[in-house]
Write a protein that binds this ligand. Structure first.
Ligand SMILES: [Zn+2]
Length: 483
């Protein structure tokens, strides 16, 4: 919509003043730092942004931000743990579980998604990361629409987020777009190219003749998306395997043989809660279920990796203020495929301790492999939420784990279920980050909870608000965050 000069001079002056106020709010005045928009978009893989830039050419606003860096997600590569880690430098609290439905260790009960969920402050406690964003979808209806017609909803979300940012006077503004997750799951990653093209159009209308934006933009996503073939739900096989072994499924763990498994959405990882005394046995049985690549559990600084034909051990050492070091050993067939990486690390530093290598050395050596940043991510997955699982399992490609109802709804709406994320593997784990911020010094890849740390070097972090409820201003409301 174009505005036009009014016949009435006083209205014209008012319009002119209003335009000036708008300009002042979005652009940097002489000597002032530009404001920052952190545009967080769910489920956009690095490989799609790279392809978009190649196709759109160097003049597009997104291309002008420079080469995007890979953002290596959390494990599981799902929104709750990934966005919580991404926002960690700003002091966001941990969520209660890996999803809105979770196992509460205090009450020994599966909970969440309950009737008080829409009206009380429980949603904030369940997903503080979601309420941290200054702009996000503001109602359950909007969210439902986003998943039914994600392409249009994605464009509207990006447009509205930019509008609200421009009207805001926050020095740093966090906006969260969820429809991209719906696009990725239902239409596949290629459909995100059109979203990026429309986003580029929105941005170019705000750019000057040289394609430069009047504000600092940080664009990022929390994980990738993988698939292509129709996925098989492993839940029936998991249920049969543990039932045959005498375990009982339920919402509470009272007896040794009780097991609770959270089923939400369709993702390529799942969380299991067991009695401590049976954890090892459950892990070994689940590692044998078709479609499961491995399961992990953690005791103090040691992570056990249970594969079908071998087991691994991750050990972590951290002394004083020194960088943490990790060692990885295995018996049988290595469930994490890290043998070539370990050979490389050992031959690069022949005099070093042959077992332990620094956290950053492991990151650099693994981020391009099919199990990126495996040791840190598996270790950290048990610190990611208030109620950590007893076991976390990662699936092979071609499989997913979830609520059978959701698979059915998705099939009705969009055909077979083909695209998802969650596993440790690369395609679903690597999102992206790019920015025109002068202080942004990207390497080829960054760990999720390091990605936004460059913004905290200044006093901007204080403006972001450390209290998650500080984010309930502009786009407030209760909506269901994605997986
Ligand atoms: Zn996500």
């Amino acid at each position: 919509m174009r505005s036009h000069p009014s016949e009435n001079p006083s209205v014209g002056i008012l319009l002119g003043l209003a335009a000036l106020v708008c300009l002042a709010a979005t652009s940097a005045r002489a000597g002032e730092r530009p404001r920052v928009l952190v545009l967080a978009m769910d489920s956009i893989p690095l490989y799609i942004v790279e392809r978009y830039i190649e196709e759109a050419g160097p003049d597009s606003v997104i291309a002008r931000l420079g080469t995007p860096a890979g953002l290596v997600s959390s494990f599981p590569a799902v929104s709750y743990s990934a966005w919580t880690g991404i926002l960690e430098p700003f002091g966001v609290d941990r969520p209660l579980g890996y999803y809105g439905k979770y196992y509460d260790r205090n009450t020994s009960q599966v909970t969440g998604f309950t009737s008080d969920w829409l009206t009380s402050d429980r949603p904030i406690a369940q997903s503080p990361w979601h309420y941290f964003f200054h702009w996000r979808l503001s109602s359950v209806m909007d969210k439902a629409r986003a998943y039914m017609w994600p392409e249009d909803a994605g464009f509207r979300e990006a447009r509205d987020a930019l509008d609200v940012f421009e009207r805001s006077d926050r020095e740093i503004f966090f906006a969260y777009v969820v429809s991209t997750d719906a696009i990725a799951h239902t239409a596949g990653p290629d459909a995100l190219l059109l979203f990026l093209q429309r986003l580029d159009g929105l941005l170019s209308r705000r750019a000057d003749a040289n394609g430069r934006l009047p504000f600092t933009l940080v664009m990022l996503s929390d994980h990738g998306v993988a698939g292509g073939e129709v996925v098989e739900n492993v839940w029936p096989a998991v249920e049969a395997t543990l039932s045959d072994a005498g375990f009982t499924f339920g919402d509470s763990i009272q007896e040794d043989d009780d097991v609770a498994i959270i089923r939400v959405g369709m993702v390529t990882a799942y969380e299991v809660y067991t009695a401590d005394s049976r954890r090892h046995e459950v892990a070994q049985r689940l590692a044998g279920v078709e479609g499961t690549r491995f399961c992990v559990s953690r005791e103090d600084e040691t992570v056990h990796v249970y594969g079908r034909q071998g087991e691994g051990t991750i050990r972590r050492k951290a002394r004083g203020g020194e960088e943490a070091r990790f060692a990885y050993t295995w018996t049988g067939i290595d469930p994490l495929d890290l043998e070539p990486v370990l050979d490389e690390l050992q031959s690069a530093a022949p005099d070093a301790d042959p077992d332990f290598f620094s956290d950053s050395a492991w990151f650099d050596a693994t981020w391009k492999t099919d199990t990126p940043d495996a040791l840190y991510r598996l270790y950290r997955s048990f610190d990611a939420v208030e109620n950590p699982a007893s076991l976390l399992c990662s699936l092979e490609s071609g499989y997913a784990f979830g609520a059978t109802g959701l698979a059915w709804v998705s099939w009705l709406a969009h055909g077979d279920f083909r695209w998802t994320h969650g596993a440790l593997t690369r395609t679903g784990s690597v999102g992206f980050i790019s920015s025109n911020a002068p202080e942004w010094r990207p390497g080829p890849a960054v760990r999720f909870n390091e990605a936004l740390r460059f913004l905290t070097g200044s006093d901007r972090a204080r403006d972001a608000g450390r209290n998650p409820s500080a984010g309930t201003g502009e786009g407030a409301g209760h909506s269901d965050p994605p997986t």
